[in-house]
Each structure stands twice: as C-alpha cells, then as structure tokens.
Design a protein around this ligand. Structure first.
Ligand code: KG4
Ligand code: ZN
Length: 349
C-alpha cells in the first residue's frame, strides 16, 4: 500500500550499499533522522589503496542485516512501523548495489511495502536540502566524491540535469591516489587535509587542468601525474626529486589540495554564472574537506550566492540522504520487485 503524503507519522527505511559503506537509516516525514548507521569497509580496502569490488560486495553481505537491525533498534522501532523502503540502485558497484537492493526487496515483499529506488548522486545533493530544513531549488549542484565529480542543474530534488563532469579521475579518487604516493593512509582525503595543515598551498606549482578551457568538465589525472613527478622525479630527466621529508610531504599535500579546490571553486562559479542560479548545493565525501568548504563559502559570498553544504557526516556515504525517497514516493516513483540496479552513471537523465 502506498502511504498518503499528508501522514506525518510515517517512517522510511533507507538503505545504501553502492560502494564500500553499508548503511541504513530511519527517517521521518519531516526529514528528521531517527537513526543513521554506517558500517565502513575502509580498513578492508586500505592495503589496496582503493575499493576492491569483490571484497566490497562480500563485506556488504555480512554487514547488511546487522546494520539494518541496528538502524531499527536505534530508532526504537520495528519493521511494523515502517511505511516504505528507499534503496540506492544507481550508480555504483554492481555487486554492492545488488546486496542493498535484494535486502530492500525482501523487506518489501514480506511486509507489502512500497519499494523506492534512489539515485546516489541525487541523494548526495538532497543532503543539502535536509540540512537546510527548507526548499533550496533551483540550484547548481556540485557532487564531489570518490567516484564522481559533476555539476548539475537542479530544478528540484529529483530533477537534476548533468552540466559537466570529470573526463578522467574523480576528485576523491585523486585525493586517494596522491595520499598513496605520499605514503599517507586510506581513504586519502582526510589524511591529505591533515598533512596539508603544516604545508604551504603555494609551495609547489601544480597545474589546474581544464581551468582555462571553456565548458564545465573537470580533469584530475594530469594533476595526479604532476604530483607523481614531484615525488618520483620526471622519467628520463635524470634529476632526483627532493627528499621526502615531513615538510616536503606537507607542502605537496597542501599544494595538491589547493589545486583541486581551485578547480572545484572556479568551475562552480562558472556554472552559477551560466545558469543564473543563486544557490549552490555541494555534496559527496570530498565536501567534508574544511579548506574546500571555506573556499566555496568565500566564492559564494563574492557572487552573492546562497551556499548549502551538508554537515560532514551527511557528505560521506550514508543512508540518511536517501530520505530523497519521500520525494520520489510522492511523485509516484515506486518500483516493482523486478527492478534492477544501474551501475553506470547515465549522462543524460
Ligand atoms: O561520497 P563518498 O563517501 O563515496 C563515494 O560516493 O565515492 O566519497 C569518498 C571520497 C574518498 O575519495 C575520500 O578520500 C574523500 O571522499 N574524502 C575527502 C575527505 N573526506 C572524504 N576528500 C578530501 N577531504 C576530506 N576531508
Ligand atoms: Zn557517494
């Protein structure tokens, strides 16, 4: 049975398993988060410096039921009080997505509940709507995570049109790879941010790929290579790179972080100017980065644009942001039990 839009007592069970976090949350109709449980697999993937899909899906299998149990327990409810189930079905790793979707289908079948597929990127942007506590559309949306770096024209919570995206690595992926080069831990973002505090952002001249080109795409692989040359030397040049002292590592971390921030901030500024929107929504794991948040804040002040960045715990992957399921439910976007996952990112929706 599809619950009525006006009933404020309803609770949504949300599930997210698109990458390496197994997450479940219980959210009410006013977008109050009654519980949000995130089980991170970071330790399992750390030795590989990135997510290993097969390890991820196997870990989701072991984690999904305990995480669901914990989310219900922390919210103080049972499945009897749940009105609908939202689950992230795209984009992501196929094996990982399937674990969450299968769990959601089983609950919906057993309890005769509506099943609501949710788009992971739209959910990252919806985290901004949740923390704002009010309407934030129309807006430019910037999603910057381990798998994605994209700009969207957000006309509503479930109406996001892709404006541009990375043509190679995602920003978070570049953070992870550069951290690995510098001998810092995984995931790389928080480690680079920490190391950068002791470094100078202008110490080492690094490129800002595509920034002088027209358009709204991003590119980070050239920047990553430039850092590699700084660390290991330019192949064939015969010159040995400077010694990897803590000071040098801090300078490289700070200079790399500054280059990524410049790319993200200036592309967002351009998208705002091109679309004429006066709000910017920023989501995804990299949006937890404090210097990025500060730089976006400064740009938005200059441009007289309202900035909405979710709090850090809603930036990295979580199920609470799948509260977007309420919007989809009210728009009639439920699915049958034959719905499948869509691992790839569709460029035009
Ligand atoms: O959104 P997310 O949790 O997962 C994906 O959808 O990809 O993003 C994870 C990414 C990782 O690459 C991680 O290094 C990055 O977000 N990240 C950060 C920070 N915290 C997480 N990057 C920069 N600074 C941070 N503080
Ligand atoms: Zn994500």
């Amino acid at each position: 049975m599809v619950p009525a839009a006006g009933d404020l007592d309803q609770l949504l069970l949300a599930i997210e398993s698109s990458c390496d976090e197994t997450a479940a949350a219980v959210i009410d109709r006013r977008l109050g988060v009654r519980s949000s449980v995130v089980s991170s697999q970071a330790a399992l993937h750390a030795e590989f410096g990135g997510v290993v899909p097969e390890i991820a899906s196997r870990a989701h299998l072991g984690n999904i039921l305990p995480v669901l149990d914990q989310a219900l327990r922390e919210a103080g409810v049972t499945l009897d009080e749940i009105s609908a189930v939202a689950v992230v079905t795209e984009p992501g790793l196929v094996g990982s997505l399937l674990v969450g979707l299968t769990a959601a289908k089983a609950i919906c079948l057993a309890r005769e509940l509506p099943l609501i597929p949710v788009h992971h990127i739209e959910a990252h942007l919806y985290a901004c709507r949740m923390s704002a506590g009010r309407d934030v559309y129309p807006a430019v949306g910037l999603v910057v995570s381990g798998g994605h770096t994209s700009l969207y024209d957000c006309r509503g919570p479930i109406e996001a049109e892709l404006l541009g995206s990375t043509i190679d690595d995602a920003a978070g992926e570049a953070f992870d790879k550069v951290a690995q080069m510098l001998g810092l831990g995984y995931p790389g973002g928080p480690h680079i941010e920490h190391a950068a505090r002791n470094g100078r952002p202008d110490a080492i001249d690094l490129p800002r790929p595509l920034l002088s080109e027209p358009g709204l795409d991003f590119s980070f692989s050239g920047l990553k290579t430039a850092v590699r040359y700084q660390v290991h030397g330019v192949p064939g040049s015969g010159r040995t790179p400077p010694e990897a002292t803590p000071g040098r590592t801090a300078d490289l971390a700070a200079s790399f972080q500054a280059a990524v921030i410049d790319c993200l901030v200036e592309r967002s500024r351009r998208a705002l100017a091109e679309l004429g929107h006066s709000r910017l929504l920023v989501g995804g794991g990299v949006a937890a980065n404090q210097p990025l948040r500060k730089a976006l804040d400064e740009m938005c002040r200059e441009e007289r644009v309202e900035l909405h960045i979710a709090p850090p715990e809603l930036c990295t992957d979580n199920a609470a942001m799948a509260a977007l399921g309420w919007e989809r439910l009210d728009a009639g976007h439920t699915a049958g039990l034959d719905v499948d996952v869509t691992p790839g990112l569709l460029r035009r929706r």
